[in-house]
Design a protein around this ligand. Structure first.
Ligand code: NAP
Length: 246
């Protein structure tokens, strides 16, 4: 199976690259620049210089796809450079997050879609707590830009899933809960969340395998899938979902 993932040098992208590669899948691993951990993996083609805000770079990534095409595309690259609350909102940061987290995934999909196999799968890495679910069932405040960018991603995924249904390509937005990555540690250092979150954060290699399982489970029957936990359970319970007004 050929898997293409963005943001692979570290964090969840590295964990997923390792998970697919260890069982013999071939991974095209896009990154801004590689890391020792990524470079040492087998079954991996590392493609550096892939800034998802740069359309030409993403087109170059698509050219790395061989004649066999792509079975699985995972749009993972993302940042969280937010401000804690309403009074701190910095519109330039909001624009940056939208450009990377939402439009970066759009650019990647548009470039790679012509190379996707019939029956392929596309997974977006969302954020359950701050985007995918919270705005619907568990509303709260703060981290405006990050949440807005992830909701935009869900919106794109839903439209995309319907448009590419005739090709048999399934789509999901999957939320990895808390994961011990440079992104999460940056948020803690800035005081936007407490140190205690690290106690429940999983490591990148465990999460990489769990996300691989979610990809394996994804099918046209559940596409567009957005309401599953990492363990594959329903994130918003059915009875609560039924009470929500859309
Ligand atoms: N960690 C969590 O608890 C958590 C929870 C829910 C969702 N997520 C989501 O999971 C995804 C991965 O996050 P992570 O925690 O693994 O963060 P991370 O460790 O900071 O990794 C983010 C990856 O995205 C890359 N990246 C950043 N800007 C980019 C750009 N403009 N173009 C291309 N690549 C870019 C980074 O490259 P560099 O290292 O070179 O900057 C890195 O490879 C993100 O979408 C994030 O929102 C994370």
């Amino acid at each position: 199976m050929n898997v293409l993932i963005t943001g692979c040098n570290t964090g969840i992208g590295l964990g997923m690259t390792s998970a697919f590669a260890e069982r013999g899948d071939h991974v095209i691993a896009a990154c801004l620049s590689t890391s020792p951990e990524l470079s040492e993996l087998e079954n991996v083609t590392v493609v550096e210089g892939i800034d998802v805000t740069d359309g030409a770079a993403v087109e170059r990534l698509a050219k790395e796809v061989g004649p066999d095409g792509v079975d699985v595309l995972i749009c993972n690259a993302g940042v969280n450079q937010d401000s804690p609350g309403l009074e701190d909102i910095d519109v330039d940061k909001l624009m940056t997050m939208y450009d990377i987290n939402a439009l970066g995934a759009v650019r990647t999909v548009l470039a790679v879609l012509p190379h996707m196999k019939e029956g392929g799968k596309i997974m977006f890495i969302g954020s359950g707590g701050m985007g995918t679910l919270q705005v619907l069932a568990y509303p709260s405040t703060g981290n405006y830009g990050y949440r807005m960018s992830k909701i935009a991603l869900v919106s794109f995924a839903h439209g995309l899933a319907r448009d590419i249904k005739p090709r048999g390509i399934a789509v999901s937005v999957t939320s990895p809960d808390a994961v011990d990555t440079p992104l999460l540690r940056g948020v803690i250092e800035e005081g936007r969340t407490g140190q205690a979150i690290l106690e429940m954060a999983r490591d990148i290699y465990t999460v990489g395998r769990m996300l691989r399982d979610r990809v394996d489970d994804l099918s046209m029957d559940t596409s567009p899938e957005w309401n599953r936990t990492l363990a594959g359970e329903r994130a918003i319970p059915k009875d609560l979902l039924a009470q929500l007004e859309f």
